[in-house]
Design a protein around this ligand. Structure first.
Ligand code: SAH
Length: 396
């Protein structure tokens, strides 16, 4: 069967020629042939020249590109294996695939790996797949087979797409194993030699926030002897690093009881759990009456803005949170503050944090500007892929 084709309006081929991976619906002159959401289409310039192949979806982003150029092929088994092999080799070269003291890593970071709509996180011998598009959802059997071919020693592949795939494209989608099964035992991974229990079946997102790995290492450098507060702690990533590095005490806060249980479990895997306390509480209420008792505070909230329309309110939210946080830092202390909202640029984030320091009446200096680690690469042609921003401030 010949695939459907999409022909672009004149002039709308430029971004694709620069390898930006999205075709917006407004750029389309006509669609020829039959295509359902998630199937592959060939994209043509208005002259008829083939520009590439991508997954079709009837929304504002109409095509997510998988391959560019006149020789672009429809994605068959070999395509998935090649893409995932490239992705694996990159992580192997970064010493993340278990040869050193880390065996938890992001194997596929959507556009950053030429796979728009696909996230794959690897936890030792288990891979967790999250499809954010109908196209990737339909491709799961190919993806699971390619993973088995590419990742040595893989025991299971879990599909965690039910919350992320567009509901209309996959009504009634259920999470479950594409290959292998649960071992029925606690699953422990290593990150920079620190141990963490991962629960991909019931945890948030794919089960662990791998994107803070490098920033946790930086925190470990500054944690010795300090009183540390880790807010929005989820599984306690920053808390474990701080404890192992020799923090005087570590307090962890998250509104989710399940997150606090995970944090306590992970702290118990260190020999320093006696210096740790965890609170299942709203961060804003927790921060109200702490009286400058911390030397280092981490503020790592969930994305406050998921869309451009929410950006203004998100900036106000970051400011309000950071005012509350900065006020609780002892003079000379450090603030590690983050935004994982893709639509909030570093410049806007810095502006919000500056406004917070002014309102809190505490002069502050920027020591570090932080971002996501190398296994969350950003395509030069898709700068939107840089979503994590962080600042380390010295607060007077
Ligand atoms: N810092 C974590 C990831 C944070 S994810 C890490 O390194 O792994 C965001 C967390 O914020 C979630 O666990 C969620 O339960 C929690 N959360 C969201 N809103 C909150 C609130 N108002 N108060 C406390 N925790 C909150």
């Amino acid at each position: 069967m010949t695939p459907a084709t999409i022909t672009l309006k004149p002039g709308k081929d430029q971004s694709l020629r620069r390898r930006h991976p999205w075709v917006f619906s407004g750029a389309i002159a006509r669609l020829q042939g039959e295509v359902v959401e998630g199937e592959a289409v060939t994209v043509l310039a208005h002259t008829g020249e083939v520009l590439g192949v991508g997954h079709y979806a009837p929304g504002s982003i109409a095509v997510r590109m998988l391959d560019f150029g006149p020789d672009a092929q429809l994605p068959e088994a070999a395509f998935w294996e090649e893409k995932l092999r490239n992705a694996y080799q990159l992580r192997q070269g970064l010493a993340l695939t278990g040869q050193g003291n880390t065996n938890v890593y992001r194997l596929a970071h959507a556009e950053g790996d030429g796979l728009p709509g696909l996230i794959i996180d690897v936890y030792g011998d288990v891979a967790v797949v999250q499809a954010h598009s109908a196209g990737m959802y339909r491709a799961r059997p190919h993806i699971a087979a390619a993973l088995q071919a590419v990742v040595p020693g893989l025991r299971a592949v879990y599909d965690k797409s039910a919350e992320t795939v567009p509901a209309k494209a996959a009504p009634g989608a259920q999470n479950g194993y594409l290959f292998g099964e649960s071992s029925g035992q606690e699953h422990i991974v290593h990150e920079n030699g620190h141990r963490f229990v991962i629960d991909w079946e019931t945890g948030q997102k794919t089960g662990f926030f791998i994107d803070q790995r490098d920033n946790r290492s930086l925190l470990a450098r500054y944690a010795p002897g300090r009183r540390v507060l880790n807010t929005f702690c989820y599984t306690g990533g920053f808390s474990v690093y701080a404890l192992e590095a020799g923090a005087e005490l570590v307090h962890s806060v998250d509104s989710s009881k399940k997150a606090i249980e995970l944090t306590e479990r992970n702290a118990a895997l260190t020999p320093h759990a006696d210096r740790h306390e965890a609170y299942a509480q709203d961060v804003f209420s927790f921060l109200k009456d702490r009286h400058n008792q911390y030397d280092l505070i981490v503020l790592d909230p969930p994305a406050f803005a998921k869309h451009l329309s929410a950006r203004h309110n998100a900036l106000m939210g970051y400011k309000r949170l950071n005012v509350a946080g900065i006020k609780q830092i002892a003079p000379g202390g450090l603030l590690f503050t983050f935004s994982c909202s893709q639509v909030v640029s570093m410049e806007l984030f810095e502006g919000a944090i500056m406004a917070a320091a002014i309102e809190a009446g505490r002069p502050a200096r920027i020591l570090h500007r932080l971002t996501q680690p190398a296994d969350h690469p950003v395509s030069l042609f898709h700068p939107e892929g840089e979503y994590l921003k962080g600042l380390v401030l010295a607060v007077e």
